[in-house]
Design a binder for this molecule. Structure first.
Ligand SMILES: Nc1nc2c(ncn2[C@@H]2O[C@H](COP(=O)(O)OP(=O)(O)OP(=O)(O)O)[C@@H](O)[C@H]2O)c(=O)[nH]1
Ligand SMILES: *[C@@H]1O[C@H](CO)[C@@H](O)[C@H](O)[C@H]1NC(C)=O
Length: 330
């Protein structure tokens, strides 16, 4: 069969249009649904108000404490109490110079995590500002972190896993790094913990082979996607100043474990500087991550992220002021 020039062009254009339409359809199909926040999720309980739910603050409000610690918690009755103890011990030792709150965001646990934590807060830490927030349905770690960040009162906000895998004292390393990026938080900045320096050490070797393969695969893909400059995107220990949180979290769409990558991509798009800080880490048993499903999910979601950005479906705020002095409400 011989194709003349015009039918060749016709064929090319048709397949191009078809290809793009197909990609767009798959994109819509795969894109996560918008994150819906229910009324009851904008409220919290605490030791001082254990039965009456009080309204949470908003990231758009001015800061009221120096630090918010946001802990996503899904079925964490076993691991969280110990992590909370070390967290509070450290923060109490600095209390004179740094006020803080702890936001436990229960991600629709079915093991009674919120009630157990409320009981613990009341009996062990009545003087500590621990707020327990409950998501009605399990959203995924990213959704829980996002929720906490959007309702924190801190001048700086730290996300940290409930499993105590990071050494909480290493917060001071992130703190110092952030101080160097923006001395009094006049501009948005992020400091993320990194375990990259631990690669090839015992801590990593002890991880399963599959997990390590996944890690290398992830790095390759991340380089393609555009966050190759961050050596460890997945570390669950990240510090945002209020301006950075205010800029980034409203635009987060991904709620599963790959959300860290989306946060870093958003930071890049919004020109928010990210410092990577080596921290200590120990693998803790009890991870609920299924590695195979996670890898496939990862590939799909990276595609979804890039696709939505390409088609302009996921936008970010335009025209961020050059100096981050939040200009009140506008
Ligand atoms: N697995 C899981 N964790 C959740 C969810 N929602 C919130 N989380 C919290 O996210 C944090 C990390 O969860 P882990 O299961 O420890 O993740 P991990 O695979 O152990 O991650 P590493 O610490 O890197 O090993 C914990 O604080 C969880 O309670 C969820 O839907 N699934
Ligand atoms: C959470 O805990 C409940 C009660 O212990 C259990 O039935 C459920 O399977 C757990 N969910 C996950 C995903 O581990």
């Amino acid at each position: 069969m011989v194709l003349d020039q015009s039918s060749l062009v016709y064929l090319l254009v048709t397949s191009l249009v078809l290809g793009i339409s197909l990609f767009y359809a798959v994109l819509i199909l795969w894109s996560p649904p918008p994150i819906i926040t229910r009324e009851g999720e904008r409220k919290y309980r605490s030791a001082s108000s254990p039965s009456k739910y009080l309204p949470l603050a908003s990231i758009e409000d001015p800061a009221e404490v120096d630090l918010s610690v946001v802990i996503p918690a899904y079925n964490e009755t076993e691991r969280l109490p110990e992590m909370l103890a070390t967290t509070i011990k450290h923060l109490e030792s600095l209390k004179g110079s740094r006020s803080y709150e702890i936001l436990i965001v229960d991600d629709g646990s079915s093991d009674g995590t919120p009630d157990v934590m409320l009981k613990l807060a009341t009996s062990e830490y009545p003087g500590v500002d621990i707020r327990i927030v409950q998501l009605e349905k399990n959203l995924g770690k990213g959704g829980a972190v996002r929720h906490g960040m959007l309702h924190g009162r801190g001048r700086r906000l730290l996300m940290v896993d409930a499993d105590g895998a990071s050494r909480f004292e290493d917060l001071e390393l992130l703190w110092k790094s952030m101080e160097e990026l923006t001395p009094s938080d006049e501009d948005p900045a992020i400091a993320v913990g990194s375990r990259a320096h631990l690669v090839k050490t015992e801590a990593v070797v002890r991880r399963s082979v599959l997990r390590n393969i996944l890690m290398y695969g992830l790095h390759t893909v991340l380089r393609i996607v555009g966050v190759g400059h961050i050596r460890d995107t997945q570390c669950g220990f990240k510090l945002f100043n209020r301006e950075a949180a205010r800029l980034i979290f409203p635009y987060q769409h991904i709620t599963n474990w790959i959300f860290d990558v989306e946060l870093l991509l958003l930071a890049k798009r919004l020109h928010v500087p990210v410092a990577e800080v080596p921290i200590e880490w120990h693998e803790v048993p009890g991870s609920k991550l299924n590695v195979m499903t996670a890898s496939l999910q990862m590939l799909r979601d990276l595609l979804v992220m890039r696709g939505n950005q390409l088609f302009g479906r996921w936008k970010v705020a335009q025209g961020r002021p050059a100096t981050g002095k939040s200009s009140g409400t506008s």
